[in-house]
Design a binder for this molecule. Structure first.
Ligand SMILES: [Zn+2]
Length: 117
């Protein structure tokens, strides 16, 4: 269960950024998941829900934003998206490419409920 340990890490990141008294106010954790990160997004969100169940974070959920795998070709200058994680340029066939995005797994934001006024 690769995703379970990743979800555990994300819970720890939330704990590092949110003061303990504010943990019940966390509504959502926004996570960027790259297409070539090797992470199954549904499994990650499920693992998160399982971990926070019964904790001060129980009312929070994980919001996942999918990031396309994108490569930039240094031969012809084309930037293209690949679903399959190939690094070869679809226009000229060059392997001289740079990965622009798609390998990340990152906590983008932690959303807290508004204060009662
Ligand atoms: Zn190219």
């Amino acid at each position: 269960m690769h995703e379970l340990s990743l979800a555990q890490n994300i819970v720890e990141i939330v704990h590092q950024h949110v003061p303990t008294p504010d943990l019940p106010k966390v509504r959502a954790v926004d996570v960027l998941v790259g297409a070539a990160s090797g992470v199954v997004a549904d499994s990650l969100a499920f693992s998160y829900s399982a971990i926070v169940s019964g904790t001060p974070l129980a009312s929070s959920s994980m919001k996942i934003e999918h990031i396309p795998y994108r490569v930039h070709c240094r031969s012809c200058g084309l930037t293209s998206d690949h679903d399959d994680g190939l690094r070869i340029c679809p226009a000229c066939g060059s392997m001289e490419t740079t990965v622009v995005s798609g390998t990340e797994l990152r906590v983008q934001a932690i959303e807290l409920a508004e204060e009662d006024r």
